[in-house]
Structures are given as C-alpha cells and as structure tokens.
Design a protein around this ligand. Structure first.
Ligand SMILES: *Cc1c(COP(=O)(O)O)cnc(C)c1O
Length: 527
C-alpha cells in the first residue's frame, strides 16, 4: 500500500518505513494453518508466539505514535483517492495470504487510522487511549466469550454485578433493589430506558403489540441526544410524540415549558409517560435541572430518565457531582464509561431503579440458552433481560481500569479535565477574535466562534452570520488536510457553525490547548 500524497507539513515526522520488515521476512510463505490451533507441534506453538509478538510490536509502535506530538493526528485522504490507493490491497481473494503480508496489512491499516489517543485529538466525546482499558480489551478478545450466561462467563458476570452495583451506589440508589445492563452504546441504553418506562405503564404491549397501546407521549430537551427521539421511532411511539422542550440561554431544559407540554398532552387525551433529562448535552455540555424535572415527573407520574452518557463521569468527582444533583430521584440512568471516564470503546451502562424490570420487560426464556433446570443459581444468567442475544464483554476493561486507578484516580482524572476546560476558557477570553457560544460553560464542552479579521467589524445580523457559518468548516477542512489537530464544529438552531471543543483526553496538557487555538488563528486569519 502506498499513500498517494506525501505529507506536506515538514515539521511533522513522516510515518516510519517498516522498521521491523526484516524480522517479518521469516513469515514469508508461512500460512495461518501453521499456527495454533492447526499446528500443535512445538514448532507451531513457537511460530504462534513469534507471530503474535510481532503483532504486539506493531501495536506498541502505534501507541507510541499516538502519544508523540511530532506525529500528526491523521493522514487524511479523500475517500476516492484512499480507495484508489488501497482498493487493490483490500480485496479478499481465493488464495490465502502469507503471514508476512498479514503483518504488513496490520501496519498499513494503522497508518491511515485517525490517532484518537493523540493529545491533540479533540473531535469526539470519547478520546484518549487508556492503556489499562486497552490491556483489558486484549484480554477480553483472548477470552472470547459471550456475556449471556453465567455458564460461559462466570467471572465476567460477577464483575458486571459488582460494577453495576457500584455505579448505582454512586448515583445514590439503594442497591439491593435495582437493576442494570451493559449495552452497546448510549443510544441503545436510552432505548432500554424508554422500553422499560413503556413496560411500566403498559405491559400488555409486550404480548399484544401496539393495538393495545394508548397514545403515549414522551419529553426531552430540544438539545438532547437524537437517540431519545429515535427510540420513539423504533418503539412505535412515533417521533411526533417525542416532544422537544425549550431550553434557556444556557441550553438547559425549561421546566415551565415541560409542564406546559404535559398539560397540553393531557388535554389532548394522550398519556404523558416519560421524560429524559440530559446530564451533559452533546453539543453545549449543558445539564438539565434534574431536581426540578423530577418534581414534575412525580407530580404527573412520569418515568424520569437521566441521559448522562457524556456527563456521568462527573459523579465520581466530589467537586463536580453537583452538576447532576437530583439524579438519585431518577428511574433510569444512561452512563457511558467510554466517554468521560476514558474506557476504550465501547462501554455503556443503563441502570434502573426498579429491580427485575428489565427481565419482565424483555425475557422470553429461550429453552436452548436459559434452561430453567440448570444446576446453578440461574439468576446469574443475565442474558434474558437484554434486547440482544449475544452480548460483548464490555465489563472487563472497565473493571480493570477502575482497579488500576481507584475511585481517587478517576476523580483526579476528571478534576484535571475540568481545570483544563477553565484554562481553555480563560485563553479564549484573553485572545482577540474568539467568541463564546454560551459564556462560562460549566463542563468540558467549550463552544466558540473564531471570527476572522474580515468579519470582526461587521454588524451583528444575517450577513455576519452567513460569513461566520463558513469559517469553522473551512478551518476544519484545512486542519484535516494538514493533519495537525482535530476539533468538531456544527450549527445549533439559528446559530451559525461554531467549534465544539471537547476537553476529555487525559493525554492533553495546556500546551496542546494553546496549539489548537494558534492553529485556528493561523488557518483562519485571512478568511
Ligand atoms: C454520546 C451520547 C449518547 C450516545 O451514546 P453512544 O455510545 O454513542 O451510542 C447519548 N446521549 C448523550 C447525551 C451522549 O452524549
């Protein structure tokens, strides 16, 4: 594989030429069937070790580059040119490839990967590469088991129990009476919450379907994650029956509007049943007032969900958990350890206050998997409460990382990020040409416009907005072409495109923040 374009920015190191290529030569004309489990001789076992050690070397090399600022964050190519360059190398043929080629394939694949663990990668809510979590993921892959029954995942099942109980304890629920499951991401965790809420109000739907359903209506802030609305689509509730509640100038749900919409729903004869409060919105990082929302939920008998997929980690910090004040009054919580806590992808938990609700809502007792006459305590078979059959082991890496850091290590990781967010905010205040979307952001999302000189003195209004709308996408495209750093942008409501800086990478230090802002100025100055 040859990259079509050579790297332009010479202050950055070129990717190395294959340093270990010579040692790979010994895998020329060696094929997969010469390794375990096909070749069980001493020779087969030795080749297996040698091969895997080479793979680990390649991975270590990548990890080091992730942490080395003299390497770029990415080597961007447009899809068509990457396809032209790599296409022929990606084909699957009738002939097997030898293990030398397989090693080259691993190395070349990583070459074009975006270094999401790089200290200057700010593009997503999940950034960074935690090495203990990575080690956990490697073990998970080697153990290669399924989470659906205790019989094939005994240790991991116990770990799941312990970690879910710990998370519920941190939320502030009494443990002996609660429930939860690890799901493939926050979007699915949110789906679980809506599903359980609907089960509570109308359990007959499980067997009889939508024809027995009254008209149900749910509520969430207009800035909540799209997966809440999509749950309404998936579950046959309908997106029109997922009402977006207005937000205030800080992007927080307006409780008055929530109550108004509930009253309106009741007046129409429909049944309000669910409200989701967001703990750290995806764009602005706003925290809905959970306590006040829970008052309304109690008054009208609604299920209260807290989607803190992003902000959940703040619960681990004594100084910052007040952002989620009232969360113990929720019926369910979505919390993604793969975001703020830094576990590797993916790792998301949905926690429920009512014990057994997931089981009641989802179980079908398939006889080939969840036999009721097993010789052990079958309450340890967790699979039948999930909406999946097979479930990936997402627990081990989280458990291992939590062991290695302790509550205190995670707390200081989160406190440090909050300090870094304040550092960025101060920088933005001191510099000319930068403007906040909301003043004094309370979390790790720092949203701002860069206003180039040519736009700076234009009066506020449509013309200025139209010009400003083009700035962030233009800077981002140049940023990706040079590959030095990455940060996201988007519009919001009527607001023109702005940068959404996410401070969630534990590798980042103040210098990297300076670098980002200087890079934006350098690229955007003359726009
Ligand atoms: C990221 C996010 C989600 C979705 O989580 P995935 O793991 O990407 O599915 C849901 N809600 C909020 C608030 C989020 O920030």
């Amino acid at each position: 594989m040859q990259s079509e374009k050579s790297l332009r920015n010479t202050c950055f190191r070129e990717e190395d030429k294959q340093p270990s290529e010579s040692s790979w030569k010994k895998f020329e004309n060696v094929f997969n069937y010469e390794l375990l489990p096909y070749e069980t001789t001493t020779q087969g076992s030795k080749k297996t070790s040698q091969f895997l050690l080479e793979v680990v070397d390649i991975l270590l090399d990548y990890i080091k580059k992730n942490n080395d600022r003299s390497y770029k964050v990415l080597d961007f190519h447009h899809p068509h040119s990457l396809r032209n360059a790599l296409g022929p190398c990606l084909n699957l043929d009738d002939d097997p490839k030898d293990l030398e080629q397989i090693l080259i394939d691993c190395k070349e694949t990583l070459k074009f990967c975006v270094k999401t663990g790089h200290p200057r990668f700010f593009n997503q809510l999940s950034t960074g590469l935690d090495l203990i979590a990575l080690a956990g993921e490697w073990l998970t892959a080697a153990a290669n088991t399924n989470m659906f029954t205790y019989e094939i995942a005994p240790v991991f099942t116990l770990m799941e129990d312990i970690v879910l109980a710990k998370m519920r304890d941190i939320i502030g629920w009494p443990d002996n009476n609660c429930d939860g499951v690890f799901a493939p991401g926050g979007a699915i965790s949110n789906l679980y919450a809506v599903l359980a809420a609907r089960y509570r109000i109308c359990p007959e739907i499980k067997e009889h379907g939508m024809e027995v359903s009254p008209k149900l209506v749910m509520f969430t802030s207009e800035y909540s994650h799209f997966s809440i609305k999509r749950s309404a689509a998936i579950l046959g509730i309908g997106t029109n029956n997922c009402i977006g509640i207005k937000t205030d100038s800080k992007g927080k749900m307006m409780v008055k509007d929530l109550e108004k919409q509930i009253e309106k729903t009741l007046a129409s004869g429909a049944i309000p049943f669910f409200v989701s409060a967001t703990g750290g919105t995806t764009v602005l990082g706003s925290f809905d007032p959970i306590w006040e929302i829970s008052d309304i939920a109690i008054k009208y008998g609604l299920w209260l969900h807290v989607d803190c997929a992003w902000g959940g980690g703040a619960l681990l910090s004594k100084s910052h958990r007040k952002l989620l004040n009232g969360i113990d009054r929720a019926d369910s919580v979505t919390w993604n350890p793969h975001k703020l806590m830094g576990a590797t992808l993916q790792c998301s938990a949905v926690l429920m206050k009512e014990k057994g609700i997931l089981e009641k809502c989802n179980s079908l007792r398939a006889k080939y998997l969840f036999q009721q006459d097993k010789h052990y305590d079958i309450t340890y078979d967790k699979g039948d409460k999930a909406i999946q059959c097979g479930r990936h082991n997402d627990i081990f890496k989280l458990w291992l990382m939590w062991r290695a850091k302790g509550d205190s290590g995670l707390e200081s990781q989160i406190d440090k990020l909050m300090d870094l967010s304040l550092y960025l905010q101060k920088k933005l205040r001191d510099k000319e040409g930068f403007q906040f979307v909301i003043n004094e952001p309370e979390f790790l999302n720092v949203c701002f416009w860069y206003v180039p000189k040519n736009v700076r003195y234009i009066e506020k209004g449509c013309r200025r907005d139209a010009l400003l709308d083009k700035v962030a996408p233009k800077i981002k495209s140049m940023m990706m072409e040079t590959g030095t750093t990455m940060v996201g942008y988007q519009p919001l409501g009527d607001l023109p495109n702005f940068f959404r800086m996410i401070v969630s990478n534990p590798a980042t230090i103040p210098d990297d923040i300076d670098f980002l802002l200087e890079e934006i100025e350098r690229l955007g100055e003359d726009l």
